[in-house]
Every structure is written in C-alpha cells, then in structure tokens.
Design a protein around this ligand. Structure first.
Ligand code: PMV
Length: 324
C-alpha cells in the first residue's frame, strides 16, 4: 500500500481568481496554465495499519499545524473514496525553490493525490484525479497534465464537472518561462484571502469574469497556432486584469512591489526593442517572463542586471503526473 508520484508546478496564463464554493473549491471562472519542468514535488504515500494518525514529512522535517491539517484533510477524501480507514505516512520532497515565488501547493497536492490514490488501490482516470486534486488546492488540478491545461469550472454544485483537461502536450511548443526572484519579498495576502476579498468587495470583479471567455478562446487559438505574440499579449493582459481587481477591493491591496513594476517595465521596453517577451504575475510580487528559446540569453542577462533582482530560474514545458 505504498506509491510514489512526481508532479510539476504550473503557471497560469489565464488566471483562476475567485471561488464560488470555498469548501470544495469551485472557481468562478475557467483558467489555463502551462506545466513547468523546472519545479516539482516528489511524494511517497504508505498506508499502514499500525499507524494511529497520519504523518507528514516535508523535505525530511516532520510537519504539524496548518500544513499538516491540509494534508490529513486531503487524505481523508482519499480514504472516503476507497472506503478504507487506514492512516498514512507521507514523505514529500519539494524541488520548488520557495524564493522563485511558485506555490508549491500545486505540485504538492497533485503529487499527493496521485501517490495517495495509487497507494490505497484506487485506479483513477486523469479526470477523476484532477477533480480530487482540485479539493486540495485549486490550481493543482491543472498539474495532473503536462504542457497546456484548462481547468473547466463546471456548473454543478457537487463539483463533479470541475476538473482540468489537456489542451496541448509539453512537446507541442518549446515556449520558456523565466521566474524572476526578487531580493525582498514582504508578507503577502494569501491567494485564499485575496480571492475572497475580491469576490466580495471589488466592483471590478464582474468585469474580470466577463472578460474571461474571449481571452480563453483567443489564447487557445494562439497555442494551437504557436503564435507567441498572441499568447503573450493575452496572458499579460489577463494578468493585469486580475491584479486590477485587487485595487478595487475593500480594503484595497496589491501583490506588487517596486521591483515588480521595474521588471514589468523592462519587459515592455525589451519588446519595444524587438525582443518578444511577456510577463505574468500570481498572488505575490515575483514576475514570470514568457519568451522563446532563441531569446533566452538576452532575457536572462537583462533581468539579472536589474536592481532588486536576486536570481533567475529558467524552465521549459513540463510533463504531467508520473509514478516512480
Ligand atoms: O490554487 P491557489 O489557491 O494557490 O490559487 C492560485 C491563484 C493564482 O496563482 C493567482 C492564479 C492561478 O490560476 O494559478
């Protein structure tokens, strides 16, 4: 009753921003992401009759508190599905540098769902696995697939039609992502708090929701045609719209720092000089930059020389969940 799985994190090009159901995590809009090979979590789950509670080790450290509670609540979902009441030993290793500003929860919950269901003897389809993973962390449901994936919000209130579907595999298009690591990353509003406050108070929220269907249709055409300018322009604009909703919230907030803005401006200047590069930003100050392989040197050099930037982590499209 033991299994090991590996899952990569993903970067949203069309953002998930807003929940319609917080307890089983149902979103207010579809989202679309690219899975990244550079950042991943490897998790082993072993169900064991002799345990009297779950145990969770992350990077070789025993975890208690909130992080433990989220893991054990998720294991409870797996136990319920399998109809078996056995506790588990969970060991996770993160290859997602926290400094890079990626939420390791995406790769973490995807790997936990895959290893946990396999270990307990469930043989889920990717769709079922994505639907389950969603309940651990929303954005994680897209990490079941490699390459480009879309999370369909669904319409049912039980969540049975809310899961990710593959759009194009990792080898469809060699598009690159640079994670720009900033030297100072002050405390942020969590994505959960940020979404909730935005949904409940921002007058810009409805505009955000209304703009999603067209962004999705257009970006999917762009991905199919490998049209970098189209994909980059839509992703960058979609990110700016998401962040605009936070300025309209009450109390207002932003995830941006001064260096965040400096990186954004630098990318726009690079474009003016003929280097196609676009940015996107999640619920934090770090910036992710989309570019094509032939511009890698240029993008890397330009960004690493900016004041306030401490590191650049480069990534290619990554694979979906794998079992080791
Ligand atoms: O799944 P969460 O709770 O980590 O929320 C992710 C929200 C964003 O990263 C801002 C957007 C996204 O779609 O990943």
């Amino acid at each position: 009753m033991k299994a090991t799985a590996k899952a990569h994190t993903n970067i949203a090009l069309i953002k998930y921003w807003g929940k319609r159901n917080e307890s089983i995590i149902l979103p207010t809009n579809n989202s679309l992401s690219l899975t990244l090979d550079g950042f991943y979590t490897t998790t082993t789950v072993a169900f064991d009759d002799s345990l009297s509670e779950d145990r969770f080790k992350l990077d070789n450290q025993l975890i208690a508190g909130d992080q433990y509670n989220r893991v054990t609540a998720f294991l409870e979902l797996i136990r319920k599905m399998a109809g078996k009441h056995i506790y588990a030993d969970v060991e996770s290793v993160n290859d997602v540098p926290t400094a890079a500003g990626f939420a390791s929860s995406a790769s973490g919950f995807a790997a936990l769902a895959a290893a946990g269901t396999k270990a307990i003897g469930l043989n889920l389809t990717n769709q079922e696995l994505s639907q389950l993973t969603r309940q651990g962390s929303g954005s994680a449901c897209r990490s079941i697939y490699g390459g480009f994936a879309e999370w369909e919000m669904g319409t049912k209130e039980d969540g049975s039609d809310s899961y990710a579907v593959p759009i194009a595999p990792a080898d469809h298009w060699d598009i690159r992502v640079a994670a720009v690591v900033l030297s100072s990353t002050k405390k942020k509003v969590s994505s959960r708090t940020g979404m909730k406050r935005t949904v409940e108070t921002s007058p810009f929220f409805q505009g955000w929701i209304d703009s999603i269907p067209n962004d999705l249709t257009q970006i999917k055409h762009g991905i199919q045609d490998r049209d970098f300018q189209k994909v980059g322009e839509i992703a960058e604009a979609n990110c700016l719209k998401m962040h605009a909703t936070t300025l309209g919230a009450n109390p207002p907030f932003t995830y941006w720092h001064d260096t965040t803005l400096a990186v954004m401006q630098t990318i726009q200047e690079m474009r003016a000089q003929g280097i196609p590069a676009y940015f996107t930003i999640d619920a934090g100050p770090n910036v992710k930059v989309l570019y094509l392989p032939e511009h890698e040197k240029n993008v890397e050099q330009t960004l690493i020389n900016l004041p306030g930037v401490s590191d650049i982590r480069l990534s290619k499209p990554g694979q979906g969940v794998t079992y080791l």
